[in-house]
Design a protein around this ligand. Structure first.
Ligand code: NAD
Length: 496
């Protein structure tokens, strides 16, 4: 059954958008037959209506995944799994322009920068984990003269995956790549806010040759389809990326059948600048750290603490850089000169503006931005916004805003800088700028964070583990760690 609509992109091109749920390598209607619209955040206009999965559709998809696991995928060797992932990466590169266009339209990411980066990163991720697929090995453990043990690193079986809207393709690739490489079948639920690129990618998954049922993609909402996936007794592992509040719900739902859980949740990452830092570099990285992807990054360095001696000079350089490289380049995601697009949705737009009001009321100094750009009356655009002279107990310095709003404050000593950096429930990332190498490494060690950037910000790389401590999550994605979270060790004791 072919379920699709023709969509016209703002650059005048058209493409065919699948609208069905992707189960068993086919696009199908949901059982209730209900649809929901995906909205373009740059124009506020509907793009396409896609089928909405409910609990019963999740059941069908999980059944398909289980059957595929038992009948085909369990017996498919690592070399073949790797080949399929390589093929998928190749197809993603071949269709990079279409994928970037769909992503830009559905999520508001500027096509020439963010959206293209998302596609490249996602294809690289599939290829990277494809390379691991035939390298899943166990250990042999000598236990004396007549005994030894060995480990088998087995897939879980059926994995549920739930992703957010800020990087639909990349968040899916970070999960699909390792799960498939390790030998699992998957049911992935996209965000209800950005379902389109992953449904389109389903075409490529089929074309790459994955057997029916190995990958199933559902468009649906969290409270019914997501909750069913997280609590489903036929799902052996659940991997989630999204807010901390939802992560806590998922953990509870998953406990029903003791599912393994990976949670990548929210953050309020700090960037700490010592007096001896290269301030031009710090200004550049601080801007990347908060303004990339419209500030909608879990690792965004949304709090900046600057040592007294560098405070004024840094803020001057930072403001100038943000205004020149970001504020003046905001607008339609399909214009190649734009690097800043709209926020994802009306609720997010309103939430961010309300935090700007909170910052003003709390007494922070508004240094730049703070409103909708005058020339952009349609779409959810907000100017890159800098608050200065904050105190560490302000709400804008503690709560995740998930937008282009940064709170800057000062500190005096190493101990005070560290205290402010760690003074948060979150522990995703933290950055430090100094030219004193010993201080940099000591600070990295003292920071309570899953990731630390020395003289950079918000960096990630598919070869390096990604994840947080404290309320930012459980487990690590990417790198070899990202593979191991999709296997479980079976110990075999041998008595000769
Ligand atoms: P969200 O928690 O609202 O939704 C994320 C996903 O969970 C969506 O697919 C949603 O449908 C689903 N969901 C919602 N309620 C559910 C429930 N009760 N049961 C099961 N599933 C449910 O988050 P969002 O607004 O889509 O994304 C923004 C958040 O994601 C931010 O907090 C951000 O920091 C976080 N994030 C974290 C990382 C990371 O790697 N740590 C990466 C990207 C985004």
């Amino acid at each position: 059954m072919s379920l699709s609509v023709q969509v016209k992109l703002p650059d005048g091109s058209t493409y065919t958008q699948p609208t069905g749920l992707f189960i068993n390598n086919e696009f199908v209607k949901s059982i209730k037959g209900e649809k929901f619209e995906s909205i373009c955040p740059a124009t506020e206009e509907p793009i396409a209506a896609v089928y909405r999965a409910y609990e019963e559709d999740v059941d069908v998809a999980v059944k398909a995944a289980r059957e595929a696991y038992n009948t085909v995928w369990k017996e498919t060797g690592g070399v073949q799994r790797g080949k399929l992932l390589f093929k998928l990466a190749e197809l993603m590169e071949k269709h990079a322009d279409e994928l970037a266009g769909i992503e830009a339209h559905d999520s508001g990411k500027p096509k020439a920068t963010n959206a293209i980066f998302d596609v490249e990163e996602s294809a690289n991720c599939m290829r990277y984990f494809g390379g691991w697929a035939d390298k899943v090995t166990g250990k042999s453990i000598p236990l004396g003269k007549d005994k030894f043990a060995y480990t088998l690193h087995e897939p879980y079986g059926v994995c549920g995956q739930i992703i957010p809207w800020n990087y639909p393709l990349a968040m899916a690739a970070w999960k699909l790549g390792p799960a498939l490489a390790a030998g699992n079948c998957v049911v992935l639920k996209t965000s209800e806010i950005t379902p389109l690129s992953m449904l389109w990618l389903a075409n490529l998954i089929k074309e790459a040759g994955f057997p029916p049922g190995v990958v199933n993609i559902l468009s649906g909402f969290g409270k019914d389809a997501g909750a069913r996936l997280a609590s489903h007794e036929g799902v052996d592992k659940i991997a989630f990326t999204g807010s901390t509040a939802t992560g806590q719900v998922i953990q509870q739902l998953a406990s029903k059948n003791m599912k393994a859980v990976t949670l990548e949740c929210g953050g309020k990452s700090a960037l700490v600048i010592f007096d001896d830092a290269d301030l031009d570099q710090a200004a550049k990285w601080a801007a990347i750290g908060i303004m990339s992807n419209q500030g909608q990054i879990c690792t965004a360095t949304s709090r900046i603490y600057i040592q007294d001696g560098a405070y004024d000079k840094f803020l001057q350089a930072f403001k100038a850089h943000v205004e020149e490289e970001y504020t003046s380049k905001q607008g339609c995601p399909f214009n190649d000169t734009h690097v800043v697009g709209p926020q994802i949705s009306q609720p997010q737009y309103e939430k961010i503006l309300s935090y700007i009001e909170i910052g003003k009321k709390e007494g922070a100094k508004l240094l730049s931005g703070g409103k909708t750009p005058a020339s952009l009356t349609k779409g959810y655009f907000i100017e890159p916004t800098i608050f200065a002279d904050i105190s560490p107990d302000m709400r804008i310095a503690n709560e995740e805003i998930f937008g282009p709003v940064v709170a800057c404050g000062r500190f005096k000593t190493y101990e005070e800088g560290l205290k402010y950096a760690n003074q948060t429930q979150y522990g995703l990332g933290s950055a430090v700028f100094t030219q004193d190498i010993a201080k940099a490494h000591r600070f990295a060690s003292d920071l309570e964070a899953g990731m630390v950037w020395i003289n950079s910000s918000n960096d990630s790389d598919i070869h390096v583990p990604f994840g947080g401590v404290k309320m930012s999550g459980v487990g690590r994605e990417l790198g070899e760690y990202g593979l191991t979270i999709y296997t479980q060790a079976k110990a075999v004791h041998v008595n000769m």
